[in-house]
Design a protein around this ligand. Structure first.
Ligand SMILES: [Mg+2]
Length: 418
């Protein structure tokens, strides 16, 4: 009985789960190759570890540890401040790679996604296992981010699979082998089973996921209600939780701010500085295949006063040409003659995948990120004044009206975590 398969069906459905390994730390190592192969942790600004690199984990460092504990255990460990802008962009890039294989992609968290691959074998001329390998390799080649992948018949099973081998794991379990996977899965590791449920199941001598699904359905229902029924069926390969491909409303943002010395009262100079930031931010958006439909721009005076305006675009764009004419028209809202300015900034909000995305843009994001020299951006400042299909939606005055010479914080439009 124990070794009997739960089903003889191979792939009635094929659900893939991808989970990036040590995601924040992996992004840092990709953006700064000198961190590769080294024990690093992110979260330095918060005082606790938000991600530990594979090398740091090997030395016993884990998420949630305090930084003092990290330095005590592992003095050579490097502490890095989080850069949520980069994490958000790499996250989007992973999701966009998945969408090349199927439109049914659920952005489950910043570093996890589900994809329904059912019926895509003919299109890709490949088995589900080969498609999954392809996805993992593509993410590695184009983004240099290690991910673990699981494929099975339901979301609950796929999530168990991606956890089964880590890092850089690949676990595919067709229907007739589900019982093998479940026999190796303690009940506490099932997605959605918390401490209380685990204790309850153990009271009934249920130690593994297989023990659970070998019981009749009415047992699961009596013990855990609807959740029990859903779990029981999901673990047997009958889909209860669909892949929710509706677009997430929480988009990342891209910011670019530069301070210049000496402060300047020249309108043309300050405007050029602003355009330089705009070009940098838009270039970064294009490299990640994203377009923006809302921008905030601001200028900061020598006395640390800042004024910002918000621009809403009639359609998403990643071209500075769509914005520069409008920006010039409304520049007087943030620049006043006779005042000295020391910084400008641009933030792109509402980032969405660019239609007709050029995937070649992904080819080497690491090099691209490093190649953002100011000189490059300056080259195109003169090529700006194309006709823009944009209009000003609203004007914001987020100035920090400092009454002393003490530095006031910048407006809170600098960074938005995803
Ligand atoms: Mg992860």
């Amino acid at each position: 009985m124990k070794n009997e398969p739960l089903t003889i069906r191979r792939w009635p459905r094929a659900i893939l789960h991808v989970d990036a390994d040590s995601f924040f730390a992996s992004v840092e190592q990709t953006v700064n190759p000198e961190l590769k192969g080294k024990p690093i942790v992110t979260g330095a600004e918060r005082g606790i570890v938000t991600a530990a690199s594979i090398e740091a984990r090997a030395l016993g460092i884990s998420r949630g540890m305090s930084l003092s504990e990290v330095t005590a255990r592992c003095p050579q460990c490097l502490l890095i401040s989080s850069n949520f802008e980069n994490y958000g962009l790499y996250s989007k890039a992973i999701f966009n790679i998945l969408r090349r294989y199927t439109p049914d992609v659920e952005e489950y968290s910043i570093d996890e996604a589900f994809a329904d691959l059912t019926g895509t074998r003919r299109m890709h001329h490949k088995s589900y296992i080969d498609i999954a390998h392809d996805i993992q390799n593509t993410i590695h080649t184009e983004l240099d981010i290690p991910v673990s992948v699981g494929v099975s018949l339901s979301k609950s099973l796929a999530k168990l699979c991606s956890k089964f081998r880590k890092p850089r794991g690949m676990t595919c379990v067709p229907g007739y082998l589900i019982h093998e996977l479940l026999a190796r899965t303690p009940v506490g590791s099932i997605w959605g089973v918390g401490h209380n449920t685990e204790a309850l199941l153990k009271k009934h001598s249920i130690k593994t996921a297989l023990d659970f699904v070998r019981r009749p359905l009415y047992f699961a229902e009596e013990l855990l209600g609807k959740v029990g029924v859903d779990l029981w069926q999901e673990l047997r390969g009958d889909v209860r939780y669909g892949v929710d491909a509706s677009a997430k409303q929480t988009y990342g943002s891209i910011s670019r701010t530069r301070t210049f010395t000496p402060p300047s009262s020249s309108r043309d100079y300050v405007f050029a500085q602003l355009i330089r930031n705009l070009e940098y931010a838009m270039a970064k958006a294009r490299r990640f295949g994203l377009a923006t439909s809302r921008l905030t721009v601001y200028a900061k005076q020598q006395n640390f006063r800042s004024t910002a305006i918000e621009l809403q675009l009639s359609q998403p764009s990643s071209s500075p040409l769509d914005v520069t004419a409008l920006l010039r028209e409304h520049f007087h809202h943030i620049f006043k003659e006779g005042h000295f300015y020391r910084a400008t900034g641009v933030t792109l909000h509402q980032l969405t995948p660019q239609s007709g995305t050029q995937f070649s843009l992904f080819e080497d994001p690491m090099r691209s990120l490093k190649a953002e020299s100011a000189a490059q951006a300056m080259d195109s400042i003169t090529a700006q004044f194309g006709p823009g299909s944009v209009f000003l939606a609203e004007r914001l005055h987020l100035g920090c009206h400092a009454t002393s010479n003490k530095a006031s914080p910048l407006p809170t439009l600098e960074k938005i975590a995803v």
